[in-house]
Design a protein around this ligand. Structure first.
Ligand SMILES: [Ca+2]
Length: 744
């Protein structure tokens, strides 16, 4: 260890005075090389926070004391808006008064009992016992029982700490009663509870019993609650959660701040010196103060480095191996944070950081991670987690898969909300995955983890661990059977067989299957999955399920396609295929099907293709699926149907328009005009004739007249309007005449 660091704090009584004098000569920039303190925000916006405590009940919650009387709950993701307990009406505040301490009973998880330490409205110390309500985040305010009241002669030096020792007894820190210099010499007086650490048995009697092993239980003139004495204001003390050793930080008078220590094996009764000594220096008397009965501090600093010590904890957490075994403490006035390290029977303190925090307390969570409480000014106090940013790495939890769930780990990892945190090199991190309802945890990847148990990562680099959550599924499979073929689709979507004949569905899903036989087949019915018959099959998936669809072959498909205005008919019947259509029909194997093509008026049959050829009737023998195309073409042969056409007698027919169009097209072609884009270019028998058909023919013909430098003809109903002008035989007759004139 660098020499400058050794000088930081004091460790042994005999050299203490020399080194304490020397401390001021060394500026506080000698942090240990291995540790660089950092902070992770945990809670903010607190009203004069004084402490952070865990309940030891496995809930991982942190309980934050506000001096003004509230206990707040930090539940891992949020600072709950509702107080756990609010004693603001019972207390005097603030200065050194208010709600000062909180300790949960070691059996809190089962008995719900906890204790608070506050200054009552008369300014006296009160230790009170409470119980949680049926709501784990709210205490039962009516359960209050006063355990101990101690009159306070002055407003300051009220102590405040409460903690259960490893022996199950409640330890209480009380200051010397206040003023300055302990004018009543109370800390050295065993007949008062002031200036002491008390030890009581809250389970042995109501409101408490005196433990049989208390050191002054039978001492005449002594109060039996006293465990240790000679303390000025033991604001914060703590037990080492691993060894049970006790650290008592005692706030000094005008010169020295100190940490006192006793092992778990101590029988108690120590005199920690005040007011005879302040730290390792004589105070009153100013010389010859120590007759050898006093227990001197293990760590000390003078007022060049601070003015009011805040005792912390010996780190036993898992995130930062470099912290392990170090006792952390700080100073309210200077914001400095030190660690004390034990070597044999001596301790050395090293400043790790000089912050702007007003450090009122440290705290531990259930896993032993360390927190620092910043008093703030009014309502901006904070709680932050203490981390090591040197030789530290980010561990990130990633969640993947179609399912959902959470991953919990040490403080800082609660994913959901917090999915990454820094860990010191060598930290061993255990991650646990919990699937949400309806999901399953499918396993780990990354960080050397696999399988579905806990993931244990030893952090040696930045690491990402992925937890995959999946949604359990059952497979619905479709089997097709029988001599025929067809398709099956599902609602909800998933099955589209024969392409996709098996698909996963969530348990309990109701899947409706519909079968459609291919041409030439019929659907003969369902089996499996509780389905039968030929209507829709509804399967409720409570397990992997196979449904069978049977299709039966009926015959081969003959597909006739017509191109152009004409019709194809079959013998035997089955095909009756109009213009520009595709018409499948099924015929029994071996059937000879004769197809006949019938051109529409104004058109001619141009011939077969596919399974037929030529222009005469075609016979197809159905030994397989066949396809035939019949092509019809329209030409104008020079004569019109129904000629002469008699207005008011002859009905206007589609063929009349088709013939006129062909005749007009011919005249346009002769004059190098482009083809006219007719509306409804293919009119078939039965098509409705519309005004636009007539007006288009007039327009197309007028263009041909213009190209021929001829005067355009005039017509009955010069304007033919849709919805207003009936299509009349006269219109047709006039157009025929006009075409005839142009063709001469
Ligand atoms: Ca002392």
């Amino acid at each position: 260890m660098p020499h400058c660091c050794l000088a930081r704090i004091v460790y042994s009584a005999t050299i203490a005075l020399i080194l304490a004098a020397a401390v001021a000569a060394w500026p506080g920039a000698c942090a240990e090389a291995q540790i660089s303190l950092g902070f992770e925000s945990v809670a903010a916006g607190l009203s004069s926070p004084l402490g952070v405590v865990n309940a030891g009940d496995g809930s991982r919650r942190l309980f934050i004391l506000e001096q003004t009387g509230r206990i707040r709950v930090l539940d891992g993701t949020q600072l709950r808006p509702t107080s756990f307990l609010d004693v603001s009406a019972l207390i005097s505040c603030c200065g050194e008064r208010g709600l000062l301490g909180l300790a949960f009973h070691p059996a809190y998880a089962t008995n719900g009992i906890f204790f608070v330490h506050y200054t009552n409205t008369s300014g006296d110390t009160t230790i009170a016992r409470y119980r949680v309500s049926a709501d784990p985040n709210v205490a039962d305010a009516t359960s209050a029982q006063i355990v101990l009241s101690v009159a306070q002669p002055f407003a300051n030096h009220n102590g405040g700490q409460l903690a259960f020792g490893p022996d199950g007894f409640l330890y209480i820190g009380l200051g010397d009663g206040g003023d300055a210099g302990d004018p009543g010499n109370r800390a050295q007086n065993l007949g008062t509870l002031l200036g002491k650490i008390l030890r009581i048995d809250v389970d042995g009697a109501a409101p408490y019993a005196i433990p049989a092993s208390n050191p002054f239980r039978t001492t005449p003139g002594a109060l039996p609650e006293v465990w240790a004495y000679g303390l000025r204001n033991p604001w914060r003390f703590s037990f080492d959660r691993q060894t049970g050793d006790l650290f008592i930080a005692d706030v000094g008078q005008g010169a020295r701040e100190e940490v006192n220590f006793q092992t778990a094996a101590s029988a108690g009764g120590q005199n920690y010196g005040w007011r005879r000594m302040e730290g390792t220096a004589c105070f009153n008397p100013s010389t010859a103060c120590n007759d050898g009965t006093l227990t001197l501090p293990i760590l000390e600093y003078d007022h060049s480095l601070g003015c009011s010590i805040t005792g912390g904890y010996r780190y036993r957490g898992g995130r930062f191996p470099q912290f392990v075994g170090r006792y952390f403490y700080g100073d309210f006035c200077s914001g400095r944070i030190w660690t004390g390290v034990q070597s044999g029977s001596t301790w050395s303190g090293t400043q790790l950081i000089d912050t702007a925090l007003s450090i009122t307390s440290f705290g531990e969570d259930e896993e032993g991670e360390l927190y620092v409480v910043h008093y703030g000014s009014g309502s901006n106090g904070t709680v932050q987690r203490v981390v090591d940013t040197n030789q530290a790495f980010l561990l990130t939890v990633s969640r993947a898969g179609a399912g959902t769930g959470t991953v919990s780990g040490p403080a800082g990892i609660n994913c959901g909300s917090a999915c990454s945190a820094t860990f010191g090199a060598g930290a061993v991190v255990t991650l646990t995955a919990t699937p949400a309802a309806g999901s399953v945890f499918a396993g780990w990847s990354g960080g050397g983890c696999s399988g579905t148990g806990s993931c244990v990562v030893t952090v040696t680099a930045a690491t990402t661990v992925t937890a995959t959550f999946s949604v359990p599924t059952f497979t619905l499979a479709i089997a097709r059977t029988g001599t025929g073929s067809g398709t099956i689709i599902s609602v909800p979507a998933g099955i589209g067989c024969p392409v996709t004949c098996a698909a996963p569905f969530t348990p309990g899903a109701r899947v409706t299957l519909a079968a459609q036989a291919d041409p030439g087949s019929i659907f003969s019915g369902w089996s499996g999955g509780g389905c039968s018959g030929t209507s829709s099959c509804v399967v409720t998936l409570n397990a992997a399920t196979t449904v069978t669809a049977t299709f039966t072959f009926q015959g081969f498909v003959l597909t006739v396609t017509t191109q152009g205005p004409g019709t194809v008919l079959s013998t035997p019947a089955g095909i009756g295929c109009g213009p520009n259509a595709t018409c499948p029909a099924v015929f029994s194997p071996g059937t000879a099907v004769t197809l006949t093509a019938v051109a529409a008026a104004g058109a001619t049959f141009s011939g077969w293709s596919g399974a037929c050829a030529g222009t005469t009737a075609c016979t197809v023998t159905m030994s397989a699926a066949r396809a035939v195309t019949a092509t019809f073409t329209t030409t104008f042969g020079g004569t019109f149907t129904d000629d002469p056409l008699v207005p008011r007698v002859t009905l206007v027919k589609v063929v009349h328009v088709t013939e006129l169009r062909l005749a007009i097209d011919r005249e346009r072609t002769r004059r190098s005009l482009t083809a006219f884009a007719w509306t409804d270019p293919v009119l078939t028998p039965g098509s409705a004739l519309r005004a636009v058909h007539m007006s288009e023919m007039r327009t197309a013909l007028a263009q041909a007249y213009q190209a021929a430098a001829r005067t355009a003809p005039t017509y009955t109903d010069p304007v033919i309007s849709a919805g207003q002008t009936f299509v009349r035989a006269a219109h047709i007759a006039e157009l025929r005449a006009a075409v005839g004139v142009l063709g001469q």
